[in-house]
Structures are given as structure tokens and as C-alpha cells.
Design a binder for this molecule. Structure first.
Ligand SMILES: [Zn+2]
Length: 577
């Protein structure tokens, strides 16, 4: 009975007076953010009061607590496939991936309420559905404190950046170590949103702006979407925010000592990041980054106004967005060349009017050495350089299909979570195609987000026929997930499964030889194959160190022999051409 009472209390939360729809943030002193329990309870109240709002559990998190979504849909239809069929545009807003950066959590509670309560806002939802993740890093939000956001001006207490496994969830979208990320992938694939927003608070320089913005890097985005983003969406958002006196700037990432020294640099979100992942599926992504040194209330208001403006713009441009996404989807399915990595083109820059504070130097009281300080009494408006053109470093011709042995279950599971259509071989089958031998790679000496990340991967493609087993997976590239498949299954891609260490066991040899036994086998082999003997002698002549090492020579002969295992360093995913 107690359990029953307790669970019904947890389900409904403490009762609010029916007319008081203020959120915990609005009831506070302007410098407080909601707790996880208050947040979910508030959405439960909205869900109970309004048929246009639904709060649902959509999977688990590493904390053992469920992940929630909130859907605001005017006609009371909350099913993604059905809503897509009705031609609705989907705006997907994720909050609290870094729970110490909670503006979006508070702003979204107010937005969800306002969009059902205010007539003029309800009108915007005629063709738009809103999906919120109230708090994504549930784990971190339960781990509340007042000190870990060292440089931040409020709120009074907030959650911690790491999740229950001390992972930064904003590096986890491809490797999916966390249950949060696995739940997200399924949720994202169900909705296939048009626009995705991930709300944050920024560290870094001091300047006049309250709100800074990362938009999906334009060169990485499909051209049809990139054109809409640059020509319509971004000008609308910058113009609209200007009108509200929230001047916007691209995220303030810069090379020099201060932003105006050498200009701003575009942020390259590879697929490990939220908007890098969403780009793989032709969803336009935004990361809002309010400035840590502004007071909490304006940071919440700027986030609210940005999200509100974005929803209105999507409503206005619904047809153009639908068209651009349809074009992108169709062309991605047929696309032949894909980029696997990108680098900044330092010869290309545009001019941007930047509202900063003069950076000055004074002696440090800590070290006595010169230190940087921004002078708020010396604001400036200057034209500065903005570098935001990226070029592909490596490109690949897409295969017709990949064949992934079922043995690599962790990879297969992740493909499934990201909506990849997989077909299993009905019988043991030999398939010919192209495989890669891993020639070289660098590995980070310390773990990064739980993995020893590989980079600068070099491969040698070889035509081979491989035996596959009944139940192994054939993955055609003629599917919406084509780009995701390329950027996870091509080992040279920055955030490939190979880079994240999912295939590390192929990097080790399993069998070897005893020198004194193999000496005679090797001698025999060289007698039978004079051309091999000639190659060995040539190599000895060319490489003195090789000539001086009996072991190196024996190993070289071993590698040319039938005894050396062909699977050593062979990436196990076959490319069907
Ligand atoms: Zn953040």
C-alpha cells in the first residue's frame, strides 16, 4: 500500500494550484534552475492539463532513471510516423546534456507551456511539432553542486557535466557507451527531425554577447540544406535576435590571444558531437551557447527567445524546409563520393562585425607574470575575420554494400539503433569485394572518453573473396543512413568505429613461430622460391638494420609464407563494389 501510495505520488508529483503555471525558475530569484524532479513533475502537470502535450519515457539512462521526451502537438497526435505523413515539420530541442549549463532546461519548460496557452503561439504549431528532451544527462543533473562551473555566473546550484559513468555525453553519439546515447539514437531515428537544437553555456573569452551560436558547419551539410541555412535560416535568426537586442555571434572560437587578434574560426562538429551526428541524417543542427559571465536570467531569456524565433521561422519556412530535406535525402541515397575528414581552409575568410571588450594585460597576482583581462569599460564594435570554410581531407567512393560479420555485435547493435536497415545472409556465402589492410595509425597515449582513440589511419585496399556465415549482415548503401554508414564503417573517417577502438582485436597477431623450428622451414622456402630469395637479398642491401637482424629477416620470410595469418590487420568489413 505504501508502495502504491508512493508510486502514485511520484507519478503525479506534488499538486500545483491549477492557475499557477510558473516554473521553478520563474518562482525563484532569477538565479535558480529547476531540479530534475521538479522539471519532470512540471511536465506531468502540463501533460495532465493539456491534451496537446505528452510526456513519455523513451528509454533508459546510466543513472537507472528513465529518459523523457515532451511532445507538443496541436492536434493531439504524438506519433512521429503519423505526423510526418501529415507533413508536419519537427523541431527537436535537447537540454541538459551538460547539466551545469541549464538555460535550455528552464526555457523549454516555459516554452512548452506558452505554446499551448497563448493563442498567437499556438498558431505557429499549425505545421510544426515540438519535441523536447527536458534533461538529457539525467545522471549529471542528479549530481548537483554549486562549484564545478568555475567560471560561470550562476545559477546557484546545478548538475555536473559527467554522466553516471563520468562520460561527456556530447562526445558519445557514435560510440554510444552510455544508455543515454543509445536511447537518444532510437528517439532521434523515430522523429527524424528537420531541426535539432542542443542548448549549452559557453566558456572562453569575454565579449558583449549573451548568446552565441554554432550552426551545423555549412560545408559538411548537404548543399540543398546548406543553401537554405545560409541564405534564409541564419539571416532570419540573426535578424530576429537583433530586433530583440540579443545580438548573435558565431560561437567565439579563435586562434589568437583575443577574438579580434586573428579572427574567429568555425566549429567543426565531427559525428561524436550531437550536431555532427544529426548532420549525418540531413538534420540541420544548432548549439546555443549563452555566455557564462552574463547573469542567469538574461541567459534563460535569450535561450527562450532564440528557440521561440526558431520555431516561428520553421513555421514560416515549412515548405522550403520540406523541399530542401527531400532533395537532400534523395541525393544522399545516390551520392557516390563522401568526405571522411575535414580541415579548415585558412585562405578563406569573411568579415563579421564583432562586439567585444578590449583585451588588456596586467601583472598576475598569482604568478607575477603578465595576464589577460577584458576591460568591460572598453567595449568595441569591430570588423573581424571569420574563417568557416572547410575542405575534405580524405574522400572515398562509396561501395554498393558493406558486409559486416555478426561477430562484431557491438557494431551491429549500434547500426541498428541508428536506423540502419540490415539484411542477414540466409546461408553461408563467399562474397568477393574489397577489404582494407590497416597500414598505419596513431593512438592517443591516454584514454579519451573511455577509449584510446586512433587517428591518421592509413589503409591498403585489396580485392579478396571472404567466407561469411549465415546470419552475417549485408548493409546496402541505398538507404537514408548512407552517410552514417560511410562515416562509421570507413576506418579512415574521423569518428569511425575503427577510430573508437571497436576493431582493436584485428590489430594483434594470433599465431607466431619458434625461431629454431622456422629457420629450417624458411630455408626450404627460399630454396623453392628463388624470387623470394632475391627479394630478401635486395632488402638486406637496401636496409642495413634489416641486414643486421636475424629475427627481422626470419619474420619477413614468415610474412611472405602461407603460415602468416591473412586476417592480421585486415579490417573485417567487406566493401562490395
Ligand atoms: Zn556544454
Amino acid at each position: 500500500m505504501l508502495a502504491l501510495l508512493l508510486s502514485s505520488f511520484l507519478l503525479t508529483g506534488p499538486a500545483l494550484p491549477p492557475t499557477d503555471w510558473r516554473t521553478p525558475f520563474e518562482k525563484g530569484n532569477g538565479n535558480t534552475t529547476t531540479t530534475h524532479a521538479e522539471c519532470i513533475s512540471y511536465y506531468q502537470q502540463l501533460d495532465a492539463a493539456y491534451p496537446e502535450i505528452q510526456l513519455r519515457e523513451v528509454g533508459s539512462t546510466d543513472s537507472g532513471r528513465p529518459l523523457h521526451e515532451v511532445v507538443v502537438s496541436l492536434d493531439g497526435d504524438f506519433e512521429p510516423a503519423s505526423l510526418r505523413g501529415k507533413g508536419k515539420r519537427v523541431v527537436f530541442i535537447q537540454n541538459g546534456i551538460h547539466p551545469g549549463e541549464p538555460e535550455g532546461i528552464d526555457a523549454s519548460m516555459m516554452l512548452a507551456r506558452d505554446y499551448v496557452q497563448k493563442k498567437e503561439l499556438r498558431r505557429q504549431l499549425a505545421d510544426v511539432v515540438l519535441v523536447f528532451i527536458p534533461i538529457y544527462n539525467v545522471d549529471g543533473s542528479l549530481n548537483r553542486n554549486s562549484t564545478t562551473r568555475t567560471n560561470q555566473n550562476g545559477p546557484e546550484s546545478y548538475g555536473f557535466r559527467g554522466n553516471a559513468r563520468n562520460l561527456d555525453l556530447n562526445r558519445d553519439y557514435i560510440k554510444q557507451d552510455s544508455r543515454n546515447a543509445r536511447s537518444f539514437a532510437q528517439l532521434f531515428q523515430r522523429w527524424q527531425p528537420d531541426i535539432y537544437v542542443d542548448t549549452h553555456t559557453s566558456n572562453g573569452a569575454d565579449y558583449q554577447y549573451t548568446m552565441t551560436l554554432i550552426a551545423t558547419q555549412k560545408d559538411k551539410l548537404h548543399p540543398a540544406l546548406s543553401q537554405y541555412l545560409q541564405q534564409k535560416l541564419l539571416p532570419s535568426l540573426y535578424g530576429g535576435m537583433d530586433q530583440k537586442k540579443w545580438y548573435l555571434t558565431p560561437y567565439v572560437d579563435f586562434e589568437g590571444r583575443t577574438p579580434d587578434a586573428r579572427g574567429l574560426v568555425g566549429f567543426l562538429e565531427t559525428p561524436r558531437y550531437s550536431t555532427g551526428y544529426t548532420t549525418l541524417f540531413n538534420t540541420i543542427g544548432f548549439v546555443t551557447e549563452t555566455h557564462m559571465l552574463k547573469a542567469y536570467t538574461p541567459r534563460v531569456k535569450a535561450t527562450y527567445d532564440f528557440l521561440d524565433l526558431l520555431i516561428k521561422t520553421v513555421h514560416q519556412d515549412a515548405a522550403a524546409i520540406a523541399q530542401a530535406r527531400a532533395t537532400a535525402a534523395e541525393q544522399t541515397r545516390a551520392q557516390q563520393q563522401f568526405a571522411l575528414g575535414w580541415r579548415l581552409d585558412t585562405t578563406q575568410a569573411e568579415r563579421f562585425t564583432f562586439r567585444g571588450f578590449e583585451g588588456k594585460t596586467k601583472p598576475s597576482e598569482v604568478s607575477g607574470r603578465p595576464r589577460l583581462s577584458y576591460d568591460r569599460k572598453a567595449p568595441y564594435t569591430k570588423s573581424i575575420l571569420y574563417y568557416n570554410t572547410f575542405r575534405p581531407t580524405v574522400t572515398v567512393q562509396r561501395p554498393r554494400a558493406y558486409v559486416v560479420p555478426q561477430a562484431w555485435g557491438e557494431v551491429v547493435d549500434r547500426l541498428g539503433l541508428s536506423g540502419v536497415q540490415l539484411r542477414q545472409l540466409p546461408a553461408d556465402t563467399t562474397i568477393s569485394g574489397e577489404v582494407y589492410y590497416i597500414q598505419d595509425y596513431k593512438t592517443s597515449p591516454r584514454p579519451y572518453e573511455g577509449h584510446y582513440l586512433h587517428s591518421q589511419v592509413q589503409v591498403r585496399p585489396v580485392r579478396q573473396s571472404l567466407a561469411f556465415l549465415r546470419g552475417d549482415y549485408v548493409v546496402t548503401l541505398s538507404q537514408p543512413a548512407a552517410r552514417y554508414l560511410i562515416e562509421t564503417l570507413e576506418p579512415q573517417a574521423t569518428d569511425s568505429f575503427f577510430a573508437w577502438g571497436f576493431f582493436d582485436s584485428i590489430l594483434q597477431q594470433k599465431e607466431h613461430f619458434s625461431d629454431y623450428v622456422f629457420e629450417d622451414i624458411a630455408a626450404n622456402l627460399l630454396r623453392q622460391k628463388p624470387e623470394l630469395r632475391a627479394q630478401l637479398e635486395a632488402k638486406k642491401k637496401a636496409e642495413p638494420a634489416f641486414a643486421a637482424s636475424a629475427q627481422a629477416q626470419l619474420d619477413w620470410v614468415y610474412r611472405q609464407s602461407e603460415h602468416y595469418e591473412p586476417s592480421h590487420l585486415r579490417y573485417p568489413v567487406l566493401r562490395v563494389l
